[in-house]
Design a protein around this ligand. Structure first.
Ligand code: SAM
Length: 274
C-alpha cells in the first residue's frame, strides 16, 4: 500500500467528492430518524496542510481556489462553512477528510463506521476519534468489511467507497462492490468516487454496474483533452440519490467547474440505467 491521502488532501477531487458527500449527509439530516454512515476508505480524518500536502501543493488548486468564496451555492457554502469550522484562525491550515465532514453533520443519535487498512493511517484515525462513542473504527480490508458490516442498523444511511485506485482493475472491483453493497443494503445511499484519467476504464466500470435505483454519475473535468498520465478530473457513482438533491448538485457542479478548471473541462450529472 503506497497511497497516502495526506499528500492529496484538499485537492480538486477531494473538493468535488466532499461537496457531494455534504449534500447527501444534509439530505439524511432532513428527516428526524437516525442514520448510519459507512466510510470504507477513511484515510486519517484530518489533514494539516503544512505537512505532506505542502509537498505536492495539490490543495492550492483545490480548496485553495474557493475557500474564501462568498458567492457559492448552498451546498458548496455548507461545505465551505464546515471547512472554515476547522480553521478558526481564518487561515486555511486544516483540511477535514470525509470522516470529519460526516461527523460534523451527525446528530447524537447518528452513527459512523470507518474502515482503514493502512496501519499508520489506521492508528492516526483511531487517535483522531478516540473516546467518540458514535464512531467505530475498523482496521480491515474495505471489500471484506463491506460484507461484514452491511446491512447496518439503522437501515437509513450512506456508504462512501473511495479507494486509491493504485492497483489495476480497481474500476471493475468497484462496480462489483457497488453491486454487492446494493444487494445487502438495497435502501442505502451509495457514493463511489472514481478518477478520470482516460475514458475507456471509466466507461467499462459504468457498463459493469448492475441496475441501481435513482442512480447518477456526477463528473467534473478540468481539461478539454484527457491525458491518461494525469488526473483530468473525477466522478462519483451515486445510487438511491435522495429526492431533492439533484438540483442543488447541478448548481454546485456548475459553480465549481470554472473555478477548479485548468484548461477548459466540463461537468455533468447524468442518470444511470435503473
Ligand atoms: C482516497 S483515500 C480516502 C480519503 C477519504 N475517504 C477522504 O475523503 O478523506 C483512500 C484510503 O483507502 C485506504 N485503503 C487502500 N486500500 C484499502 C483497502 N483495501 N481497505 C481499506 N482501506 C484501504 C488508503 O490507505 C487510503 O487512506
Amino acid at each position: 500500500m503506497n497511497y497516502r491521502h495526506a499528500f492529496h488532501a484538499g485537492n480538486q477531487a477531494d473538493v468535488v467528492k466532499h461537496v457531494v458527500l455534504v449534500a447527501l449527509v444534509e439530505a439524511l439530516r432532513g428527516k428526524a430518524k437516525p442514520f448510519f454512515a459507512l466510510d470504507l476508505h477513511a484515510g486519517i480524518g484530518r489533514y494539516a496542510l503544512a505537512a505532506e500536502a505542502a509537498r505536492t501543493g495539490e490543495y492550492i488548486d483545490g480548496i485553495g481556489r474557493i475557500d474564501s468564496a462568498t458567492d457559492a451555492p448552498p451546498v458548496v457554502a455548507r461545505y465551505l462553512d464546515l471547512v472554515r469550522g476547522f480553521n478558526p484562525s481564518g487561515r486555511l491550515e486544516i483540511y477535514p477528510g470525509s470522516p470529519r465532514l460526516i461527523r460534523a453533520l451527525m446528530r447524537p443519535e447518528d452513527r459512523l463506521a470507518l474502515v482503514e487498512l493502512h496501519p499508520e493511517d489506521h492508528a492516526r484515525l483511531q487517535a483522531e476519534f478516540r473516546g467518540d462513542s458514535q464512531v467505530a473504527i475498523h482496521h480491515r480490508d474495505a471489500w471484506e468489511a463491506l460484507r461484514g458490516l452491511l446491512p447496518p442498523q439503522p437501515r437509513r444511511g450512506l456508504l462512501l467507497i473511495d479507494p486509491p485506485f493504485e492497483v489495476q482493475g480497481e474500476q471493475l472491483r468497484m462496480a462489483q462492490a457497488i453491486g454487492a453493497a446494493h444487494r445487502r443494503w438495497p435502501e442505502g445511499i451509495i457514493a463511489a468516487w472514481y478518477p478520470i484519467k482516460d475514458r475507456p476504464p471509466v466507461d467499462a466500470m459504468l457498463a459493469a454496474l448492475p441496475p441501481l435505483p435513482r442512480a447518477w454519475t456526477a463528473e467534473l473535468t478540468l481539461f478539454d483533452s484527457l491525458f491518461p498520465a494525469r488526473l483530468n478530473g473525477s466522478g462519483l457513482i451515486l445510487a438511491n440519490l435522495p429526492w431533492g438533491v439533484e438540483e442543488p448538485l447541478r448548481e454546485a457542479l456548475a459553480w465549481l467547474q470554472p473555478r477548479l478548471a485548468r484548461q477548459g473541462g466540463s461537468w455533468r450529472l447524468d442518470p444511470l440505467p435503473s
